[in-house]
Design a protein around this ligand. Sequence first.
Ligand SMILES: *Cc1c(COP(=O)(O)O)cnc(C)c1O
Length: 430
Amino acid sequence: MSSNVHLFERAQQVIPGGVNSPVRAFRAVGGTPRFIARAQGAYMWDAEGRRYIDYIGSWGPMILGHGHPKVLEAVAKAAQDGLSFGAPTEREIELAEAILKQVPSMDMVRLVSSGTEAGMSALRLARGYTGRNTILKFEGCYHGHADALLVKAGSGLATFGHPTSAGVPAEVAQHTMVLPYNDIEALELAFKQHGASLACVMIEPIAGNMNFVRASVPFMKRCRELCDQHGALLVFDEVMTGFRVALGGAQSVYAKLIPGFKPDITVLGKVIGGGMPLAAFGARRDIMHKLAPLGPVYQAGTLSGNPVATACGLTTLELISQPGFFDQLAQRTQRLMHGLDAAAVQAGVAFSSDSQGGMMGFFLLPQLPQNYTQVMTSNSAHFNTLFHALLDQGVYIAPALYEAGFVSAAHTDADIDATIEAAKKAFASL
Ligand SMILES: *Cc1c(COP(=O)(O)O)cnc(C)c1O
């Protein structure tokens, strides 16, 4: 049996940092990443045979838990029929119909292979539809690694951003404005100064890439109003929240709080693929008609709508559309959050938590933060101690304090109780 340490050494010889996506490298928390050998239900086992209760769920997709028999059966059957055709299939229609049924703001949807691809394409579509170049995003929101979206805030309000990554030309970043999340004043100023050139506002409605931060209802309402007044599109990046916080995504949560509310373009990923590479973007018919082959906005993909991935996604959506699925998932998640809250109070640890459906976040802060700057006031040394104390007890949470967590339908009350017990011990070590 190979040890995690040995595998990590070997990996680093042939893969940059030993990983194929940076956060997996444990750089933020230190230590050796666990190399996963297999997973079942709520558990993953590493290369050394150690079991972990998994609260990452492949960063969101594994909402049913790992290895659901119906999903595996659909995937196996689809694979037998062919791995890829590069020609249309009936299952793509079925998946598109299943997605549109739950997300009524979209009339049409295009399937792609990753959230990055979906976000990048949504941006091109928004620019092509409006004939404008400028885009507005918010600090702490991640929309995949397309050049125009890897931009950090400029200094001062309503200024243009700087590239976050080497290799992104300043000329690309200069079309991206970055504002603090939940800041209505900054939003109003940005529209006042640049409203006429804005193609879209792109937002994670419940941000999951700065841990878990909700857009406030007044802020979301103002985003919608200002987009309408200035002819910009509101793009909801629901790659994480779609089919995760509720069957209808975060937009269904805000529609209950803001009558008539809906975004113009929606970006999906993660859960809709059920663990296989699949993502999507969709919108009203007049917007989607701008897309090739109907319109002038080009977008394509060799593996888009892949027959095995669509089988996985379709079966996943069928199973999570059963009545009561999300009520149960939300109850489980809340049970965990309440247990952690109580354990923190007992230990005298400053702590706050929030959740929606099967997505959750907690902070070593007395109050829930409202933006990225506040999230980053969290004590990272304490988080790292907590992370390793949990990992040592077989509880696997995201290896960075700015990541959300996920509960699946496979997590039992016993798993959640065991997690709360582990947290009690971990809090004692802070
Ligand atoms: C994960 C994520 C993405 C990127 O999706 P990939 O499939 O990793 O490219 C984009 N937006 C949000 C909100 C995400 O959580």
